[in-house]
Design a protein. Structure first.
Length: 330
């Protein structure tokens, strides 16, 4: 618990959080870690940085495989406890957070999300972080992930790229970062054209698996192009639509790039993941999870299907509709 508090406090101050905001982050870290120890027998805390319009923030995810809760809302009320504690943990986390969400189910564990910002967001608007989420972590023993994610927001929707450099470590990271640089250099290109640009940019690296999805909310369409083992799924109430990636290695050897078109159902989710995540998951196995914050969805899928022998990335996007912004996971 003390280590979680120290690490998150340090991250907050590095991002320019003032004393009060950094103190809130430290309390949230302590409460989350305490819940994992007291109620779940342990778990995992994941922290990532956020950015919107020049404002910096922190996202904290707490994931466990404990007994879970039938009524998370009831557990948030101060004074409610099943472990003889004061029962202020979840309530305190919610009050101190700029954004709080959670998911839990009996026998399926719990996932908690807290977001905090160093300063108010420009214009008082909501951040893109409120509508999408991701987990992007290196394999144990490495300090940087060989995976990468780039999200470009557009007036009619968005474009999402996920890159998985071959293997792991610095050379894998170099390949994925080259793909992200190509995406940033041409935010308006089609998925097929961007994939070709990535192929050209990655020559001389060890190569990567790369997939690009472009969602047009007005046309209700998804254009998708992928090479290698990056999975893409459109999750809707009616069914799941798996997106087609072709064999090959971007930057090394690929067949002709093909772009596929799909229908975008209203209220759908786009989920893309590197092969550090098993493809055996079914979102319907988690009651109510699809309606929660995308970061919670990404966290639970990583918790249950992440492969310990590889970098792991899963990005989840709900309907985004904004122009002239970009969100990148470093």
């Amino acid at each position: 618990m003390g280590e979680a508090r120290r690490l998150i406090s340090t991250a907050a101050r590095r991002l320019g959080f003032g004393e009060t905001a950094a103190g809130k982050a430290a309390i949230i870290a302590t409460e989350m870690a305490g819940n994992l120890v007291k109620h779940a027998g342990g778990g995992e805390i994941i922290v990532r940085t956020l950015e919107s319009g020049g404002a910096d923030g922190l996202e904290i995810l707490a994931l466990d495989r404990g007994p879970g809760m039938a009524d998370l809302a009831k557990s948030r009320r101060d004074g409610y406890s099943t472990a003889g504690s004061p029962g202020t943990g979840l309530g305190a986390i919610a009050r101190l957070s700029d954004l709080f969400d959670g998911w839990s189910a009996p026998g399926q564990g719990t996932a908690l999300l807290s977001q905090l910002w160093a300063s108010p967001l420009p214009g008082g608007g909501e951040s893109p972080a409120g509508e999408w989420g991701a987990v992007c972590l290196p394999v144990q023993g490495e300090t940087a992930s060989g995976d990468g994610v780039d999200l470009q927001l557009r007036p009619r929707g968005w474009r999402l790229l996920v890159a998985d450099g071959l293997g792991h470590g610095p050379f894998a990271r170099e390949a994925s970062q080259q793909a992200i640089a190509a995406s940033q250099a041409d935010p308006d290109s089609s998925p097929a054209d961007l994939l070709q640009a990535c192929h050209d940019a990655l020559r001389g690296t060890r190569g990567a698996a790369v997939a690009v999805a472009e969602v047009d909310l007005e046309a209700k369409t998804v254009r998708f192009a992928g090479i290698g083992n990056v999975a893409g799924v459109i999750e809707a109430a009616e069914r799941s639509q798996h997106l087609v990636s072709l064999n090959g290695i971007v930057g090394q050897g690929i067949a002709k790039i093909r772009e596929f078109s799909y229908t975008w159902p209203a209220g759908a989710l786009l989920i893309m993941a590197s092969d550090g995540l098993s493809t055996r998951w079914r979102l319907e196995a988690y009651p109510g999870l699809a309606a929660r914050h995308p970061s919670l969805i990404a966290g639970v899928l990583y918790r249950d299907f992440g492969r310990s022998r590889d970098d792991a990335t899963v990005a989840v996007v709900r309907e985004l509709y904004r122009s002239a912004e970009r969100t990148v996971i470093p």
